[in-house]
Design a protein. Structure first.
Length: 75
């Protein structure tokens, strides 16, 4: 079975836009889908972590580089 990876570039968006986009664009994702979301909002990581906790999604990795944070999570 091929691993499905969805990439969302939310650079330049401010709270709550990245989490809203994550919710909308991954709503129909099959179980096991990997979502990689990139953002630069000051509250981006905290907001995505809260979203994942509430939706019971597993965070696989968090990488910060040059003011941008990339978070991988599994649906």
């Amino acid at each position: 079975m091929e691993q499905v990876v969805v990439q969302l570039d939310c650079v330049g968006m401010r709270c709550p836009q990245p989490v809203l986009r994550l919710a909308v664009e991954s709503a129909e994702s099959p179980p096991g889908t990997i979502v990689e979301i990139i953002g630069d909002c000051p509250t981006f990581e905290k907001d995505v972590r809260t979203y994942c906790q509430r939706r019971q999604r597993a965070i696989l990795s968090v990488r910060a580089d040059a003011g941008r944070t990339t978070i991988q999570l599994r649906y």
